[in-house]
Write a protein that binds this ligand. Structure first.
Ligand SMILES: [Zn+2]
Length: 244
């Protein structure tokens, strides 16, 4: 796996999230499934976790590398936006533009714009606007413009009906391993025990959420996504739907 570096590293799918360990919860199964299909995947975390109750940013960096290895992604990097205080500024959009032009993803996964944590909510418009700016030749003209073909929103924690589900049944155990790579956050321990749920409960919750979304699409475990655009159909017999 490649961590950081600024040389070109073309990928098919880039997941952008506020914090190390977000992607593992909301779309890790999808990244695993896409990697198994032979697609090149990458993760951009916008912060480094310095405001977390448990662990340090250095711990989290090591854990994030391990989680990326378990998710089969080819590239992972964390920007230096302030943890707990992410803002949708031009400067922050530009930091993301540089990564978009380096990786040139066809699809970008963003968090859904309605969320309990303000960092999660702001990444939706911040990421969307960065994807738009990245297509403009006069922004950072020393690098070649690139606009992703598609943005989808990982909506696991949002109270919204998903546009589609990705079947992650064969990948949920591996996804859970990637989340538990963040030992400083999720292993049972005294620090923050009044705030954090026990390890066993984390597993049960994660599997229950995935089961809920899987049921919506007639599979065992699923991850939900929202797409904002209306779909265009050529052949009604080729629309992917579950059998009734
Ligand atoms: Zn988060």
């Amino acid at each position: 796996m490649k961590v950081s570096g600024s040389e070109p590293f073309p990928v098919d799918i880039l997941a952008i999230a506020a914090h190390r360990d977000d992607v593992e919860q909301t779309c890790g199964g999808t990244l695993l499934r896409m990697a198994a299909r032979g697609l090149r995947t990458a993760i951009l975390d916008l912060t480094r976790g310095e405001a977390g109750t448990r662990g340090t940013a250095e711990n989290r960096a090591r854990e994030a590398d391990e989680a990326a290895r378990l998710l089969g992604v080819g590239w992972r990097h964390a920007l230096d936006l302030p943890d707990g205080a992410i803002e949708n500024t031009f400067e922050n959009r530009l930091k993301i533009v540089r990564v978009l032009r380096q990786l040139r993803p066809r699809v970008v996964i963003l968090p859904y714009g309605q969320a309990r944590h303000p960092d999660h909510a702001i990444v939706a418009p911040l990421g969307y606007e960065a994807c738009f700016l990245s297509g403009l030749a006069k922004i950072e003209p020393q690098t070649k413009p690139h606009r992703p073909f598609k943005i989808v929103y990982a909506s696991l924690y949002a109270d919204v009906r998903p546009s589609f589900i990705v079947d992650i049944t064969n990948f949920i155990d591996q996804r859970h391993l990637s989340l538990m790579a963040y030992r400083s956050q999720y292993a049972n321990q005294a620090a923050g025990s009044a705030l954090f749920v026990p390890e066993e409960e984390i597993r049960e919750r994660a599997f229950a959420e995935a089961r809920h979304y899987g049921l919506l699409a007639g599979v065992k475990y699923g991850e939900p996504f929202v797409q904002k655009e209306v779909g265009l159909v050529d052949d009604l017999t080729l629309i992917p739907v579950q059998s009734l």
